[in-house]
Design a protein around this ligand. Structure first.
Ligand code: GZL
Length: 318
C-alpha cells in the first residue's frame, strides 16, 4: 500500500482520531459514580472506606453518594450519574426490587453498571455487568449450622432480621432456616427487623424480653453484628448474661464483634467481607477495557467463634 495514496492517508487519519477519542485516552481520569446505601453499620463504614481509599489509590474520580438507607435517594443519585455522563456506575442496592426503570435509563445512556455487595431482582440481566458480593444464603447456613452444633440441635430462637426486602435479610434468613430445619428441637419463636442498626437491634430485643414467653428464649440469631451488639446491651440491662444465658450468633465479623466474643458476650460471628474496593475497581478497569466479566464475583469469608477471638482480633482490618 503506497503511503502517499489518499486511501492510506485517510486510514491513518482515522486511526489517529480513533486513538485520540478512544473509550479512554490515557490521560483522562476514569469517572465512577457510586451510590452507597448509608452508614448504618460498622460493616457499611468499612465498605465505604475500602471503596474510597481504593479509588484514591488508583486515581479514579469517584462521585460518591450516601443514600441514608433510602431507595429514592439512590435512584436520584443514579440519575445524576447519568446526567454527569460518568464512565461506570456502581451501587449497593438497599433492597432487591424497584430498580428496573432507572437501570434501563442507565443502559440507554450506554453506561455499564456494577452491583456492589447486594444483588437486585431484574427481568433483564443485561442491565448490569457483574455483581460483586457475598453468598448470603451460605452465611445464613453457616450461622444455623454453628448454632445447631453449639446447642446439640436444641434451641428456642429469637431472630433480629436485617432491612426488610434487602438481599442479605432475605437470603440469610433462608440459609439459616434451611440449616435448622434438620433439627426438630430448633425453632424460631420471635422474628423482627432491626434494620441492621445497633439502636434498633437493642429496641427490638427489649420488646422480645418484655413478651410473656421471653424466658423460653435460649438463643439469638442476628443478621448482623451491629444488631447483635445492641441486643447484648439490652440483655445486660435486663440482667440476662449474653453468651451464657443466651447463645448469640451473628454475621459480619466486625472488630467490635471480636471484642464481644473475647469478653464472652457473643458466641460466633460469620464473616461477611466488606473490603471489596480492589475487586470493584478491577471490575471497572475490565469493563472499560471491553473485557467480559462473570455475572457474579464471589467474596471469600470464614466463621469465627469465641475460642479464636483474642488471637484473631489483631488481624482484623475492619
Ligand atoms: C452485607 C451488607 C449488610 C451487612 C450489614 O453484605 O449488605 O449491610 O451485613 C450492612 O452490616 O448494613
Amino acid at each position: 500500500m503506497k503511503l502517499s495514496s489518499p486511501k492510506t492517508i485517510a486510514a491513518l487519519l482515522a486511526l489517529a482520531v480513533a486513538g485520540a477519542f478512544s473509550a479512554h485516552a490515557a490521560d483522562k481520569k476514569v469517572v465512577v459514580g457510586f451510590s452507597q446505601i448509608g452508614a448504618e453499620s460498622g460493616w457499611r463504614s468499612a465498605n465505604t472506606d475500602s471503596i474510597k481509599s481504593e479509588a484514591a489509590k488508583r486515581g479514579i474520580d469517584l462521585k460518591f453518594a450516601d443514600a441514608q438507607q433510602k431507595q429514592e435517594n439512590q435512584i436520584k443519585a443514579l440519575r445524576s450519574f447519568i446526567a454527569q455522563n460518568v464512565d461506570v456506575i456502581a451501587f449497593s442496592p438497599v433492597v432487591e426490587t424497584g430498580w428496573e426503570p432507572v437501570m434501563k435509563e442507565i443502559k440507554k445512556a450506554g453506561i455499564p453498571v456494577i452491583l456492589s455487595d447486594r444483588a437486585v431482582k431484574v427481568t433483564d440481566p443485561s442491565l448490569y455487568v457483574t455483581f460483586i458480593g457475598s453468598d448470603f444464603v451460605e452465611e445464613g447456613r453457616r450461622a444455623g449450622n454453628w448454632l445447631a452444633k453449639a446447642t446439640g440441635g436444641k434451641a428456642v430462637i429469637a431472630e433480629l432480621v436485617g432491612t426488610p426486602g434487602s438481599a442479605p435479610a432475605i437470603d440469610r434468613k433462608k440459609g439459616f432456616e434451611e440449616a435448622i430445619s434438620k433439627f426438630p428441637g430448633m425453632k424460631i419463636v420471635k422474628s423482627q427487623s432491626g434494620d441492621f442498626t445497633r439502636a434498633k437491634g437493642k429496641e427490638v430485643m427489649e420488646s422480645f424480653l418484655k413478651s410473656p414467653d421471653a424466658k423460653e428464649i435460649t438463643a439469638l440469631f442476628a443478621h448482623n453484628d451491629d444488631m447483635a451488639l445492641g441486643a447484648i446491651q439490652a440483655l445486660e440491662e435486663a440482667g440476662v448474661k449474653p453468651g451464657k444465658d443466651m447463645q448469640i450468633v451473628s454475621i459480619d465479623g466486625i472488630k467490635s464483634a471480636f471484642e464481644a466474643m473475647a469478653a464472652g458476650k457473643l458466641n460466633c460471628t460469620v464473616e461477611c467481607n466488606p473490603l471489596i474496593g480492589p475487586q470493584l475497581f478491577d471490575a471497572v478497569n475490565a469493563v472499560l477495557a471491553g473485557k467480559t466479566l462473570p455475572k457474579r464475583t464471589a467474596v471469600q469469608e470464614g466463621v469465627y467463634e469465641q475460642s479464636q477471638a483474642a488471637a484473631e482480633l489483631p488481624n482484623r482490618k475492619y
